[in-house]
Design a protein around this ligand. Sequence first.
Ligand code: GDP
Ligand code: IMO
Ligand code: MG
Length: 422
Amino acid sequence: MNRIVIVGSQWGDEGKGKITDYLASKADVVVRYQGGNNAGHTVQIKEKKYFLHLLPSGVLRPNVVNILANGMVINPLAFKEELENINKNAVIFVSNRAHIVLPIEIFLDGSNESRKTNKIGTTNRGIGPTYEMKASRIGLRVVDFIDPKEFKNYLDRLYDLKGEEFLKLGFLTSKEDLYKELLPYAHYLKPFVTDSSLLLNKLIQENKKVLFEGAQGVMLCLDHGTYPYVTSSSPTAASVPLNTGIAPWLVEGSIGVCKAYTTRVGNGPFPSEILSELASIIREKGHEYGVTTKRPRRIGWLDTVALRYAKNVSGLSYLAITLLDVLSGLKEIKVVKSYTLKGVEIDYVPASLNDFQMCKPNYIVMNGWQENIENVRSFKELPIEAQDYLKLIEKLSKTPIAIFSVGPAREQTITLKDIFND
Ligand code: GDP
Ligand code: IMO
Ligand code: MG
């Protein structure tokens, strides 16, 4: 496989950044295809942690071409800040068809949430309102943002249409001030902008190895996730062609990144959530706090009903199991094998939120292991209970494990299957 999607198979924060950076050592190109700086991807090199929100996780590998594709929504202030903080020498291209997140949309994100009774708990980065503007055909594309005349015309049109509404809601910045504030960022962005679909198709023709890095996770997908407690784009492997401008059949496979347990940030149903003291033990051990918003993550057992669902709706060729080390020291480990809904055992994720909220998980209980596994470098070195746990995940998810990881660093990643040579 030369072109592989790295997709979050749960509710986000599965370790996509780490796995992308790891596989990027053998890749030529890394493409972010959806979302914006709602994402928070961690890459650890030795003791140093890098937190990426907009930039693809190939930026810390020299010679990798990094592309922010058309499906993304880009906050130009965040782009500048991140590039300057992380790696000014990275090779970066930004799609001329991606959409720009303006301060208006960030304001609307907060304003919408404050008026909702069923708050989603968004990251407040303006992501939802920017995709709304895109779908309403009143969004601002990169190509127009970097042309001062087009940008000004855009603001004129937007304020004609929505100015009064913004004012009523409390957004007081004039279009003139907004223009002045953002123009330097348009100039900053301009040299990075290209037709990324043309570029990507050319790189593919040259037989380059490409990783498509998803943000969020399948259960947060706008179409297939726990709607309305979802993000506003599709993190699935299926969304890659549309969001990057390549033919669907050019995507050759995907690797679903999956924690050895489950976490969720923000509101919404979570059948396997642990509500006892054990949740804080796992949270502290796994440093389970949001990279973007610093919120404590909710903790639960691995849910293989949700994982099988993710495999169906997204397509997962392989799994990468992360944070296995965090489960060391537990007496027993539970895995969801099915749900019971209104007295009936089911093996699917109900579309109705009420039904999903009523689902009671049925668990398989495994023996835990007590050994510290952070220095394990092969499957054989794992305690037998950890081996059994990985085998069970493969069996229940019906998906082979290509990678497992026993710590945040690059060298704590163990390859079971070289997927580029599959
Ligand atoms: P992403 O959004 O999917 O890229 O994941 P995040 O970066 O938000 O969260 C994953 C967290 O787990 C980060 O702090 C990583 O450094 C850390 N991490 C990744 N893999 C492992 C692992 O195998 N063990 C441990 N202990 N931490 C890991
Ligand atoms: P990465 O890429 C975990 C969640 C938010 C909220 C919902 C909608 O690091 O895995 P949004 O701001 O997107 O409108 O929020 O989605 N969310 C994430 N949760 N990881 C993420 O990204 C997330 N990005 C958004 O908490 O529940
Ligand atoms: Mg994250």
